[in-house]
Design a protein around this ligand. Sequence first.
Ligand SMILES: [Ca+2]
Ligand SMILES: [Ca+2]
Length: 308
Amino acid sequence: MSPGTLNWNYLLNIGLNPSLSSNVGLTITTSNSNSAVSVTRNLDINQDGLVDRADVNIIQAAFDCTIGQSCYDPRADVDADGRVDIVDAATVAFHWMEVDFIPNYGISTTPLSLILAPSASGTATVTVTSINGFAGTVSLDAVVYPSGITVALSPSSLSLSVNSSASSTLSVSTTGASPGFYSVNITGINGPLSHSTIITVGVADFNITANPTELFFPAGPIQSMITISSLGGFQGTITLSTTVSPSTGLTASPNPTNITLTPGGSGTSYLHVDPTSFGAWDVTITATSGNLSHSVVVSVARCRFGCV
Ligand SMILES: [Ca+2]
Ligand SMILES: [Ca+2]
């Protein structure tokens, strides 16, 4: 070996018998003058590939327990001194969020978000990638929160060979879903190795409101503010139009007639009405963008002796 140092980590599975089987970490440090081997129990106690809260929970469950007690958990006694104590907890904490060197896999989604129209469909790609020589089958599951959109994974399990990656298609349907945002949590499972990725799906639409919804002449109010709001990541230009019922005696027009929305944004227009006779009317303001259309009704009255 050439001069210098080498640090290498291994995982050993020592199967004394099934009940005593244990994964241990093996660190070999060599230089041109000496070498050392240190062995510890695996700090990734639950073997999911990451040293994190779930591992600390296992230590907490066996805390202060000594070998021979039923509560003693050898996995939690990472320094193997026969007692689960603060030293074990501190050792795990020192390696917090480190990635284990067991054969493992990663999971990711492209894109990370989908913005879809109501009653539409779209797809995303879920990719699992072999890490540290992993080979095996990863089953995939998708859970939607809150309920509304429909999702399916095809295929629903992926076979990985060493150093390979494989992909599944996530199909999303927004039929029947309310406008807004949804999370799709996609989990891959291979034995104790469970990993998740999240894709956000926006069902993009807009709503329209009027304030006030009743106008009176001559005592007022005599104009109404129309508000258009983006939902589920909607962006685009909305055109306002009006119909008046009955059709004579009142003109009504919004200003402006076009509103451009950014995702999560809102815009306003003002409905101006001009009665040329006494009477009562319903003004329907319709907001249209592509094949999306929503309406609100403002009632208008011009009364000879005051409206009651
Ligand atoms: Ca872990
Ligand atoms: Ca200990």
